[in-house]
Design a protein around this ligand. Structure first.
Ligand SMILES: C[S@@+](CC[C@H](N)C(=O)[O-])C[C@H]1O[C@@H](n2cnc3c(N)ncnc32)[C@H](O)[C@@H]1O
Length: 324
């Protein structure tokens, strides 16, 4: 099978925010197919290092081929965004006498690899199983999750994560489809959703099942829970002066990032109670916002990469140190 390509979103903007330095240590917490990681390595001089994490083993395989030329400057790990600090601790880059890392990137959402392989179950353009797991080695596939939810619970998922119009009707249609179909697949599921949405509510070129598929994918992968736990913990791996960039594709994700970054950039006396602070750190800010408003792709990027449409990039510079 040909090596899939994934055009990195907001690449130059994220590099401008992260400002990779010679010999710096970086972590790409959602390394995907390695596009952003490659740029970080290329900009951090011959001694710059990068740890790339992803929950998708297939993505890591592609990233390892793409980044092979950087040799032992790259370490790839199968793992979850929420566990990034522990992964860096296990590698000896954080904790104890280790200085922490100089930059951290999270580019959320799905990769082209996931979207374009029908057998992964993310796409309704070609028939695939009801799977949608980013980590094909763990967790519940979409079919199992859908079967376990009541109609009302499913309607809640569709509303909350997909802002799905007529969510009750769509949930009912999905449950009926699963009950009646002996071998359900993504194309059939999309057809059931489209039938329930009805022609009146269809807008423009977007397929009527797009919102429902996004909502189910977010629930299958606990994407908001992962992001919340990452945001609670990520400062634990940063060296003073480290820069962080997060790219989101969903308004609920962006809101979580915006709130946490704003909270961290207030004076330390007002910082979250869970941060262990030294006396010296009180009264000053622990972090500086690098983006008051999120950065969005420009017309040129949108013209060549429609997937960037909903992307938002926020940045933060960590000033403080978390006391041991
Ligand atoms: C948009 S792609 C990243 C693309 C990458 N920046 C590039 O340039 O190739 C998002 C990646 O994040 C991974 N991912 C999403 N949520 C994750 C999580 N909670 N933990 C680990 N990986 C995650 C997905 O498996 C996917 O490979």
């Amino acid at each position: 099978m040909a090596t899939p390509t994934h055009t990195p979103v907001l690449l130059s903007e994220s590099m401008d925010l992260l400002q990779p330095r010679d010999g710096g240590i970086y972590c790409d917490a959602t390394v995907g197919l390695g596009g952003h990681a490659e740029a970080l390595l290329a900009r951090s001089g011959p001694k710059g290092r990068l740890v790339g994490v992803d929950r998708d083993p297939a993505a890591l395989e592609v990233a390892s081929r793409r980044l092979a030329r950087f040799g032992d400057r790259v370490i790839l790990r199968h793992g979850e965004l929420q566990d990034v600090v522990e992964i860096l601790e296990e590698l000896g880059l954080v904790g104890g006498d280790a200085p922490g890392i100089d930059g951290l990137l999270a580019d959320l959402g799905v990769s082209s690899l996931q979207l374009e392989r029908p057998e992964r179950g993310f796409s309704f353009r070609e028939s695939g199983p009801l799977d949608m797991r980013m980590d094909s080695e763990g967790g519940q596939p979409a079919g199992t999750l859908l079967a376990s939810l009541t109609e009302a619970e499913l309607a809640g998922v569709l509303r909350r994560y997909g802002e799905q119009p007529a969510s009750r009707r769509v949930a009912r249609a999905i449950k009926r489809y699963l009950d009646e179909e002996a071998a359900p697949d993504t194309v059939g599921l999309a057809r059931a959703v489209a039938g329930a949405v009805g022609t009146r509510r269809r807008t423009g070129a977007v397929h009527p099942a797009t919102r429902a598929f996004m909502a189910i994918r977010i629930a299958v992968n606990d994407e908001l829970g992962q992001l919340e736990r990452f945001l609670e913990r990520f400062v634990g791996c940063l060296a003073p002066g480290a820069r962080v960039a997060v790219i989101t594709f969903h308004s609920l994700e962006d809101r979580l990032v915006k709130r946490r970054f704003a909270r961290l950039s207030r004076p330390a006396s007002d910082a979250p109670a869970d941060l262990p602070l030294t006396e010296a750190q009180r009264g000053r800010s622990l972090a500086e916002l690098l983006t008051r408003r999120p950065l969005r792709p420009g017309p040129q990027e949108l013209a060549t990469n429609p997937r960037a449409r909903s992307a938002k990039l926020r940045g933060l510079c960590w000033l403080g140190e978390v006391a041991a």
